[in-house]
Unconditional design. Structure first.
Length: 372
């Protein structure tokens, strides 16, 4: 059960009002693990990720506290955490107003201190969309499903949790794509298209995957020759995905050595699954990276819409408007969906089920609900 629910709902709503992707209770770990088992350092109450033409535009950290620690002490702590997670700014949301001098000092550290009441007014001044609550992402009851599904379906726990933690902390597109795909293909066939909870997990994963794809495509657009041939394009993309030619060749040679020794070698990956299809969708995304940058947010809204028992008119209208403003959004969602279903060797029904969820969001039809 999520704590400080009202404040976290405000933070998620503030993110959604600006098209920023919110992640709740993001686990923070050391950059280098020194124990056999992962050790959590702390967690971020809400971390907002904004994607755009430069890839990762900004990270926004939210610390939501109803306890009795003084505002300035909490702000100093939030400033340190902001620095560690490389956030551009932080918000501290408290029950009551803090002294002006404390707020001024915190502001100098990039931490904005607000009471709940003042934050709501501030949020409306930043984005009038906040006033309408036109989002599914501010419903804390829906966020509760992530740990619940992880506990209920053990085989999906890694997909569900990493989509909300690793995806928020990793800023390298190529590494993110490799890592998420590695987790996904191990568990993809456990996803059942008949279960709405599984559709929620999948759509949330697609949001995380599209975030890393956005980062990668921005990198690639800045380094590729637009007139390069298919062979050069594919070779350069392969080296980029694996962290450079030396890294790729080392992995390939390691696999060949293991195979020659008769020890298999299947565990040493040297190619992403469905490689030709992957190359094709990357080439498509390079034509419109700005349109791709909106996909992580749209897919997360779609995921939460899937699990909501009753659709919300304002949220649906807002989703429909966003699709009207981005004429490549549905195409890009379908391309990502088709790739992931093929990469995970998933049933065709799952591809169709996600397409239905997207189409329902585009049309804003409250009667056409993917969870029904």
């Amino acid at each position: 059960m999520i704590k400080d629910r009202a404040q976290k709902g405000m933070a998620a709503r503030f993110c959604a009002a600006q098209g920023v992707v919110p992640y709740l209770e993001v686990v923070v770990r050391s950059s280098a693990a020194l124990e056999d088992m992962p050790v959590d350092v702390t967690d971020v109450d809400v971390l907002g990720i904004e994607f755009g033409r430069r890839g990762l535009e900004r990270r926004i950290l939210f610390d939501c506290k109803t306890g009795k620690m003084s505002a300035i002490n909490r702000a100093l702590w939030a400033a340190g955490l902001k620095s560690y997670v490389k956030a551009s700014e932080a918000f501290l949301i408290l029950k009551k107003d803090a002294p002006y001098s404390h707020r001024l000092l915190a502001n100098e550290l990039g931490v904005h201190v607000h009471s709940e009441a003042n934050f709501e007014k501030y949020a409306v001044s930043v984005s009038p969309n906040y006033l309408f609550g036109a989002t599914y992402l501010a419903n804390m009851d829906l966020w509760d499903y992530i740990p619940e599904i992880s506990a209920k379906y053990g085989a999906l726990s890694e997909i569900a949790s990493l989509s909300n933690t690793y995806a928020a902390m990793e800023s390298n597109g190529a590494r993110g794509l490799r890592s998420l795909l590695g987790i996904f293909i191990k568990s993809a066939q456990e996803l059942d298209p008949r279960k709405t909870e599984h559709l929620f997990v999948y759509a949330n994963f697609l949001s995380a995957f599209s975030g890393f794809m956005t980062l990668a495509v921005v990198d690639l657009k800045n380094i590729f020759q637009f007139d390069m041939g298919q062979d050069d394009f594919e070779k350069t993309l392969r080296y980029y995905i694996w962290g450079g030619k030396d890294s790729y060749m080392m992995r390939r040679n390691l696999r060949l050595s293991i195979e020659r020794a008769g020890a298999g070698g299947a565990n040493v990956e040297v190619e992403l699954p469905e490689w030709k299809r992957f190359v094709g969708i990357v080439r498509s995304f390079l034509d419109a990276p700005d349109a791709l940058a909106q996909i992580p947010y749209l897919s997360k809204e779609i995921a939460f819409r899937c699990i909501e028992e009753k659709t919300r008119e304002e949220a649906d209208r807002h989703l429909s408007d966003l699709f009207k403003l981005n004429n490549r959004a549905r195409q890009f969602l379908f391309l990502l969906n088709a790739y992931l279903v093929a990469a995970g060797a998933m049933p065709k029904e799952f591809k169709e089920r996600y397409e239905e969820a997207v189409n329902a969001s585009v049309s804003s039809s409250s009667t056409n609900h993917p969870g029904s």
